[in-house]
Design a protein around this ligand. Structure first.
Ligand code: ADP
Ligand code: MG
Length: 253
């Protein structure tokens, strides 16, 4: 059994009188891709940002790689990679400059070109963020999470708003990152994405975890409970038609 790298116990977050997270507990294993799934407003970003040390919690206990969130937040910051909003980047700098800047801030000796190559943006090294397509922006934002060579990265809805090709390209990047030994926590409301990427998922609804297991096991449990789809599934869906017609390759100009 893999080692636990994140443990969350009885996490509560109140915003004034409103309880956004209602005492949730879960563990993330080292090297897995763990998904937090749930509708808008479920409490996913709140939970993520608390673990990232970016938002205070109301109560609960959180450990990240043996470090206590209350006592060692700065140590935790050093071993995690957090996606920044691409709109927040210095607009005058190109991708290469930005990565060099972050490397300096983190005091890390990362080869910026290698990092851009990993996220398939080597050709765009001299471009500014505003000149990138949606998918390229997301890949760049994922690249920035890797600069401090983190043990865990946090991705909050990384594929929202992307076309099917750009989503698939990001999926491959995320699998790649995990293959290199980094643990990934991702939020999404695309269930096909969660099924493809996640080893385990927690489904959050209104601040409570209502299920947690591998996607396969959750589906098997539902089927075992007697559930049947209301209509027989076709062998393909509209997304298959779209990908079949327009190809897997990225369209980003
Ligand atoms: P999700 O990421 O699952 O969509 P969030 O964690 O962003 O959900 O939000 C959970 C709930 O908490 C929502 O009802 C949201 O409106 C509320 N919320 C989030 N941030 C704040 C805040 N800073 N102040 C007050 N309420 C907030
Ligand atoms: Mg959110």
């Amino acid at each position: 059994m893999a080692k636990t790298i994140i443990s969350v116990k009885n996490l509560v977050k109140n915003y004034g009188h409103f309880q956004a997270v209602k005492g949730i507990s879960f563990e993330v294993k080292e090297g897995e891709i763990f998904g937090l799934l749930g509708p808008n407003g479920a409490g996913k970003s709140t939970t993520l940002e608390i673990i990232e040390t970016l938002r205070p919690k109301t109560s609960g206990e959180i450990m990240v790689d043996g470090l206590c969130l209350d006592k060692q937040p700065n140590e935790i910051k050093k071993i995690i990679g957090v996606q920044l909003q691409t709109s927040g980047y210095y607009p005058g700098l190109n991708l290469l400059n930005l990565i060099e800047l972050f490397c300096g801030l983190y005091n890390r000796d990362v080869n910026p070109m290698e990092l851009l190559e990993m996220v398939n943006l080597k050709d765009k090294a001299k471009a500014k963020v505003k000149e990138l397509s949606g998918g390229q922006k997301q890949r760049f934002s994922v690249a920035t999470t890797l600069i401090n060579q983190p043990r865990i990265i946090f991705l909050d809805e990384p594929t929202t708003g992307l076309d099917p090709q750009a989503r698939r390209s990001l999926w491959e990047l995320i699998k790649d990152i995990r293959k290199r030994g980094t643990t990934v926590i991702i939020t999404t409301h695309y269930m096909d994405e969660a099924e493809y990427l996640c080893d385990r998922v927690a489904i959050i609804d209104s601040g409570n975890i209502v299920a947690m297991d591998s996607p396969d096991k959750l589906i098997d449990n539902l089927v075992a409970s007697g559930f049947e789809r209301p209509k027989e599934m076709k062998l393909a869906n509209l997304e298959d038609v779209f990908i079949n017609l327009t190809g897997h390759s990225l369209r980003e100009g």
